[in-house]
Each structure stands twice: as structure tokens, then as C-alpha cells.
Design a protein around this ligand. Sequence first.
Ligand code: HH2
Length: 304
Amino acid sequence: MSDLWPERPHRLTFGFPVPGGVRTPDGWEITWRGCAVMGILNVTPDSFSDGGRHAGLEAALAHARAMRDAGALVIDVGGESTRPGAAPVPADAEIDRIRPVLRALADEGLLLSVDTLKPEVARAALEAGAHLVNDVSGLRDLEMVAACAEAGAAACVMHMQGEPRTMQHAPHYDDVVAEVHGYLRAQAERVRAAGVPSVLLDPGLGFGKTVEHNLALLRALPDLTGGEWPVLVGASRKGMIGRFADVPVASERDPGSLALHLHAARCGGAMVRVHAVAEHVQALRVQAALDTSGQETGPLQSPA
Ligand code: HH2
């Protein structure tokens, strides 16, 4: 197998048919090479960089279709902001925000993930057509593990220290890389043993972490991507970019996001979670051409 990142195969397995999936003895599988793009669809009024922009159904659907057309492999639908200090949203309200969007996009054949901390929201989302559960609390809640296992949904296991409301007050680690990677690997084993068919691991940039912690984790990515599980990185428009490049307005941080995500791809990351899909797809394709031996690799192919 090639060591070059654009040629590196990644896979996720599901217990039910998924768009672009193929039947295997273990369920249905999607595979891709290189670093794919997960497009962010926040149907929230208060997300830190795009709050309110896609809150209406038609606006949300149009944005999801545009991200698919631009080359996103997965659309990640969220109905609650997890930015530091965000107001919690009751489960019913979160479900009301995301369910119509998921139903419509599932009917159109998009591969969908739901960004939620709540098992009842995950269950409703999976019933409405989501395929993957993206839980920023890393499936700490056993009910969340059960929701994914019973449905046969894949899960993104993200590391977060503390909880969103207070996580940036005083994040502390003795050895951030060892603690985060150790947690993710152990959690992946637990979740798999409980019946979740496959996982993505995510170091959780900005979730209970200082800028220095984020940098250490980004530099240590090859240690995580060298393991068994595909790795997702979400740096899009986050505060560290504001600090490095002096860009106070979050929606103006796409160039910095791209720099961090190209690094993640070259370190073997399987997926990046982004707001600016077209820009990322273009840059990843160019980077892939540069980093391969010359042949077409299709690093961002839609599920085949
Ligand atoms: N970051 C955010 C939300 N969900 N999920 C994963 N797996 N990884 C991340 O880094 C991640 C995530 C925060 O970003 P965003 O969705 O843009 O904002 P908000 O939480 O304010 O809706």
C-alpha cells in the first residue's frame, strides 16, 4: 500500500444501506482515498461563524446541495451550537430544527451526519435519514452508544475536556497528545465493543484546549492517523486562526482554515470538517496532484 496521503484508502461501515455504499460481510461500506470533505450545515441561530444563515428549510437545503455539488462527501447537520458559552437547546427544539432538513436531504440521496450531544436527538435524526452520529462529547453517554449501535450508525468520537459551556475556562493537561490520543483509542475500542460498526476519531480542536494544545495536537496528527481508525479534523474558522493571523471575524478565517486542513490531509487525515467546501475541495485536489506520483487519485470522490 502507498504511504502517500492521496492514495491512502479509508472506510466507514454501517449496519444499513448508505448512499454510495457497497454490501460487505460486515454491513455496508463506503470507501474513499485521501482526505474527504465534510460540509458543515448549522441550522442554528447562534453558531459562531454562520449562525442564522441557514436556519430556514429552503436556505438549509440549498446550502447542502451546493456543498454536495462542490464535492463534499458528507453533510454534517447541527441544530445546537457548541461554541463556548452557547445556550443549551432543549432536545425537542433541536429535533424540530434538524428533522425536516435530514428528511429532505436523505430523500435526495446525500450521505448525512448529525452533530449532536443528545441521544434522543441522535435517534430522531437516524430515523429521519442520518447515517453517522457526530458527537462532540465522544459518546461518553452510554445512551448515545446504544442509539448508534441499535441503528447500525457509524460515529465520530471527538475528544472534549469538560462541557461546551465552560470548557475554555481553564483547560489543563499534563501531556495533551498522550491524553487525547489515549482517550480516543480507548473510547473507540469501547464503542466498537458495544456494537457501533465503525468510528472516526477527532482530536477536538478548541474543545477544552488552548491554542498551544491545538498546535501540539495538529503537530502530532501522524501518531493518530497511523492507527486503525480514520481521523477527522475540524479547524474551520476556529479561534486559533484568529489569533495566529489576527482575524477577529470568524467568517473571514477560511484561508487559515485551509492551511490547517491541508496540513491535516498531508498527515493522513481522512476527513476535514469545513464551512468553505468548494475552496477546500479545490485546494486538496491541487495538493493531491503535487503529492502523488502523477496518476489520477480522486482523493475527494463521491461515494462510489
Ligand atoms: N467543531 C464544531 C462543531 N462540531 N464536530 C467535530 N467532529 N469536530 C469539530 O471540530 C467540531 C464539531 C464547532 O464548529 P461549528 O459547527 O462551526 O460551530 P457551532 O458549534 O457554533 O455551531
